[in-house]
Design a protein around this ligand. Structure first.
Ligand code: MG
Length: 254
């Protein structure tokens, strides 16, 4: 099942729905409890697709693919390295990634994103699937120059628009063997498979939940494969994961 959050002309404020092919069945309320359909079905072309969730926090795993750790000049860390992107970085399908004036080297990072379904803490890895609503696609946009010069990652990862998420949440998916790619203007920059992850999505949900309480709608970014590189004004960035779809965003410098 594919769950999207959309704005529609008939209703003030966003609504959730289930995407079936080229249309969407609108549900009542939110998708974190049993779904109740409204009976309203709309052509996807007539709605605006928003980010599928508004997370309270986005927890990101650094260096979770060995080839990417290597291209950054490091090894895979013995313990997972995590960081947070603020909720205000989130944008959705077709929204603009705005390049900040403080950076001259902003990079794309395609990542499998986990969407949490339940408030949870200290989740055993064998039960991680029970607190996962589904999976979506994210682009962990990063000001690489500031990541290096600052000595820590908060500013580099936190500019508004630096976390495109979407286009929807796929609820029935095995996260352990998915192809992920990033194309810029139709040219492939990153190509990997989630089987190359050092720690699985379920392992990271369990590990992160030993540190902090996870809330429904929270998003976990599971790391990026090798091939990260710059995006510049006028580019179109497309991040694709098999079984989910493609998330596309234009890049602008204001
Ligand atoms: Mg990343």
């Amino acid at each position: 099942m594919r769950i999207a959050r959309v704005s529609i002309p008939e209703v003030a404020g966003p609504v959730f729905g289930v995407v079936n092919g080229t249309s969407i069945d609108i549900i009542k309320g939110h998708p974190f409890s049993d779904l109740e359909f409204t009976g309203v079905n709309l052509d996807l072309e007539k709605v605006k697709i928003l980010s599928p969730v508004l997370p309270s926090k986005i927890v990101c795993v650094g260096k979770n693919y060995a080839d990417h750790a290597k291209e950054l000049g490091g090894e895979v860390p013995a313990e997972p390295v995590i960081f947070i992107k603020p909720s205000t970085t989130v944008i959705g399908e077709n929204d603009q990634i705005v390049l900040p004036t403080q950076s001259t080297n902003v990079h794309h990072e395609v990542e499998l994103a986990v969407v949490i379904s339940h408030l949870c803490k200290n989740v055993d890895v064998s039960r991680a699937g029970e607190v996962i609503l589904g999976y979506t696609i994210a682009n962990d946009v990063t000001a690489r120059d500031l990541q290096n010069s600052d000595g820590q990652w908060t500013r580099a990862k936190s500019f508004d628009t630096f976390c495109p998420i979407g286009p929807w949440i796929e609820t029935e998916l095995d996260p352990t063997n998915l192809d992920l790619t990033c194309e810029v203007n139709g040219q492939v920059r990153q190509s990997g498979n989630t089987s190359e992850m050092v720690r699985t999505a379920h392992e990271m949900v369990a590990w992160i939940s030993t540190v902090m309480t996870l809330l429904p709608g929270d998003v976990i970014l599971t790391g990026t494969p090798a091939g990260v590189g710059p995006i510049v004004n006028g580019d179109i960035v497309e991040v694709t994961i098999s079984g989910i779809g493609t998330l596309s965003n234009p890049v602008i410098k204001k």
